[in-house]
Design a protein around this ligand. Structure first.
Ligand code: FE2
Ligand code: FE2
Length: 273
């Protein structure tokens, strides 16, 4: 599905009928807000609700004796292992949504008249497999640290809300491949930063065994981001009739697990120990 070559009449702009715009302004003036106040009063009102509001969920305590001991030991040294549990839950929720996003996208790509040399269904399937593998990795990591992968942590709850708009874009039958790619770009940008943070937390809390596995997932995510970025640009340039100078396409690095590349991103947040 490509952008409609013969756009239908768009009637959303007021300047389409400048002579009648005064009627819309008159109407707005005729029916003002039902209560007084301004933006500052609104902020004050919101502050009351913020002050009274309960937090979004709670971080579940470890279920296993080992997890409980690790948490107590961490707290005794001034660290908060539960923050790691919260973020593990967040990434789990995100990777679950990511898998669904790419399942939806694969359907779009396979049913669309995609311009040659652009998105390949095979590469989309590879990303889909990566996202699902990351989900399984996180489930195992949560179990290893004594957590319950079925529990919704506060950060997971917020991540699910954030993803709602992206899921809507991908599942809407009217959206085009390039419109879906813009939604996927948003997801991949957040995914990259999310994994980087998780690596820093795992490293700082001494989960050395998880760090290397998380770094492999992060390398996958870097490749996803590069691919999606290049597809977004390919589509926009192609739709605009502009010939794009050839750009290097991310490839799988030799000697790495399927879907991984050599990470070049500086992890400034990681501890140096
Ligand atoms: Fe991901
Ligand atoms: Fe990804």
């Amino acid at each position: 599905m490509s952008m409609d070559k013969q756009p239908r009449m768009n009637r959303t702009g007021m300047n389409l009928k400048p002579g009648e715009s005064h009627e819309m302004i008159d109407g707005a003036m005729k029916y003002p807000p039902s209560s007084g106040g301004d933006g500052f009063v609104l902020l004050q009102e919101r502050a009351v609700y913020i002050g009274q509001g309960e937090p979004i969920g709670s971080i579940p305590l470890p279920l296993t004796p080992r997890g409980a001991v690790e948490t107590v030991k961490g707290v005794a040294t001034g660290k908060q292992p539960l923050i790691f549990a919260d973020r593990l839950g967040e990434r789990l929720a995100f990777e679950r949504s990511g898998t669904r996003l790419y399942q939806g996208f694969l359907g779009k790509v396979m049913s669309a008249d995609t311009p040659k040399g652009s998105v390949s269904a095979q590469e989309v399937e590879e990303i889909l497999e990566d996202e699902h593998r990351h989900f399984l990795l996180l489930r195992r990591a949560i179990e290893m640290t004594g957590g319950d992968p079925t529990a919704v942590t506060p950060a997971a709850d917020v991540a699910a809300v954030q993803s709602m708009g992206l899921v809507q874009v991908l599942s809407d039958p009217r959206t085009t491949v390039d419109q879906c790619l813009c939604a996927l770009l948003t997801a991949e940008l957040a995914d990259n930063d999310g994994w980087e943070l998780l690596i820093a937390l795992a490293d700082g809390l001494g989960h050395k065994d998880l760090v290397s596995e998380f770094e492999e997932a992060f390398a996958n995510e870097e490749r996803h981001l590069m691919l999606v970025r290049s597809w977004v640009q390919d589509f926009a340039m192609s739709e605009a009739g502009i010939t794009r100078k050839s750009a290097a396409k991310p490839t799988r690095a030799r000697g790495t697990t399927k879907g991984t590349t050599t990470s070049t991103t500086k992890r400034t947040t990681r501890s140096q120990t």
